[in-house]
Design a protein around this ligand. Structure first.
Ligand SMILES: Cc1cc2nc3c(=O)[nH]c(=O)nc-3n(C[C@H](O)[C@H](O)[C@H](O)COP(=O)(O)OP(=O)(O)OC[C@H]3O[C@@H](n4cnc5c(N)ncnc54)[C@H](O)[C@@H]3O)c2cc1C
Length: 455
């Protein structure tokens, strides 16, 4: 590809894939650089674009939830990532979960077929000239990270994130595990492993005393975890009941083989704790352990997770791992258009700029890609965060941290009614009822991790 107008996107993860697609759809040629498979990150396993490194879920679908709202808006904005997520959805109650293999393979093929996209395999060691979208994620390769460090003159921020194990479906004991979605929402999509009190307490004790994998530099700096994705052993250490109020909460789950869960005589059948498994692939051959991200030694993972009723003979195709995720201090370095303040032709997207999670990465990729195309086309006005949630978030950021952001125009995107409600704090989100708008938005959609360093 020789066109002078060509835009370079670095990183073929969730954000880079979306950005490259939006640029190409705007009629601009784009080179998408992806270092895999020539060089892999510690968390990726395949050579495909938009690989999901841990859970296969993009979060709740309902449009009054932060993730669902972003899904809906991204759909309307022509997001290729959410479009393909819809095409490869697997049953997951009220969540948008995908067959990760089919999803990433389809995106790789779709982008490779686009006449304006050149998928170039190889690691970039320095930020190139021209219009560039930087989307190398939380595990940016060390050379490029050093170049970015030189360019920004600022230290990275970081936290630790972990991935959970995946189990072969046939090795799960279906006489014990039962199919159900919490509160009977949607299809009975999850496999649930019920525990009585004694089983739970033994399991809890085992987790509290289990051997951790080597933490290397993690220990020295007193590891900060991402609170929305804590390792299961860290939850266990926080108290006997913490897991029962988190991923193992027993409410809304009942084994239909035991009768009607609403009947008073069946109340005693309620489990003390429940481990949930979410379907990984369309065929239902693989299941991932929901909320079981972990940094235990692999031998310990097998020993302890096989204590879970129904998983006594579980065969693991992937075990949990933990990685340090780094990101830049976005509020100090970026404009709301995602352009770097000191080089407007360079844009950032995805978790590199602090937007944690698959859905948020796609949203940032959409915005950075759209703006990069507009810059290359010489358009003078740039799109600001266009979705309701992003709009609400940036509005909030503007008022909370005026020194870091320009005020947003009163534009609440394409679901204006919801946006207004969020802005006026009228809309509360189920389990986040007691939290502020900032907490809610930061968890799902924002530049919050960047903000955490400055507010
Ligand atoms: C261990 C772990 C567990 C996680 N669990 C979850 C979860 O359960 N749910 C969730 O929603 N989110 C989870 N996340 C976060 C999620 O993975 C990210 O938010 C999301 O993938 C970010 O998308 P991205 O495009 O910014 O980065 P990525 O998806 O990581 O993509 C970045 C891409 O850039 C490439 N790259 C890096 N450096 C270079 C270079 N120099 N040259 C060329 N290419 C390069 C990488 O190979 C990669 O393909 C987890 C992250 C980690 C690390």
């Amino acid at each position: 590809m020789t066109n002078d107008n060509v835009i370079q996107v670095i990183g073929g993860g969730l954000a880079g894939t979306e950005a490259a697609w939006q640029i190409a759809q705007a009629g601009i040629p784009v080179i998408l650089h992806e270092m895999r498979p020539l060089r892999s990150s510690p968390a990726h396993h395949t050579e495909h674009l938009a690989e999901l490194v841990c859970s296969n879920s993009f979060g709740a679908q309902a449009s009054d939830r932060a993730s669902g709202l972003l899904h809906e808006e991204l759909r309307q904005l022509g997001s290729v990532v959410i479009g393909k997520a819809d095409s490869h959805a697997v049953p997951a109650g009220g969540a948008l979960a995908v067959d990760r293999g089919q999803f990433s393979q389809d995106l790789t093929e779709t982008l490779s077929r686009h006449p304006l996209i050149e998928l170039r395999r190889g690691e970039l060691h320095a930020i190139p000239e021209g219009v560039v979208v930087l989307a190398t994620g939380p595990l940016t390769s060390p050379d490029l990270a050093a170049d970015l460090h030189r360019f920004t003159g600022m230290e990275y921020l970081s936290f630790f994130d972990a991935a959970s194990p995946i189990i072969v479906g046939e090795s799960i004991d279906r006489d014990i595990a039962f199919l159900a979605s919490r509160y009977d929402k949607g299809d009975a999509a999850y496999l649930n492993c019920p525990m009585n009190k004694e089983q739970y307490l033994q399991f809890w004790q085992a987790l509290c005393t289990a051997e951790q994998a080597e933490l290397k530099d993690f220990e020295r700096e007193n590891a900060k975890f991402f609170e929305a994705c804590l390792p299961i052993e860290e939850l266990a250490r926080r108290g006997e009941d913490t897991m029962r109020y988190g991923p193992l909460k027993p409410v809304g789950l009942f084994d239909a083989r035991k009768g009607d869960f609403r009947a008073p005589e069946n109340q005693s059948e309620r489990p003390y704790a429940v481990v949930q498994l979410r379907q990984e692939d369309k065929a239902g051959q693989l299941w991932n352990m929901v909320g079981f991200q972990t940094n235990l030694r692999w031998g310990e993972q097998k020993r302890i997770f096989q204590m879970i009723p129904g998983l006594e003979n579980a065969e693991f195709v992937r075990l949990g791992v933990m990685h340090r995720n780094t990101f830049i201090n976005a509020p100090q370095l970026l404009q709301p258009s995602l352009q770097f303040k000191n080089r407007p032709t360079l844009l950032g997207a995805g978790q590199l700029i602090g937007t944690e999670g698959y859905t948020a990465a796609a949203a940032g990729g959409w915005l950075a890609g759209t703006n990069a195309a507009r810059i290359a086309l010489g358009k003078d006005s740039l799109v600001l965060p266009p979705t309701t949630m992003m709009g609400a978030l940036f509005e909030f950021i503007s008022s909370a941290a005026p020194k870091h952001f320009q005020p947003m125009p009163p534009n609440f995107g394409i679901l204006p009614e919801l946006g207004e409600k969020i802005k006026n704090k009228q809309l509360r989100y189920g389990r986040y009822r007691d939290r502020s708008l900032f907490d809610l938005a930061s968890w799902k959609a924002g530049l919050s991790l960047g903000l955490a360093g400055v507010i």
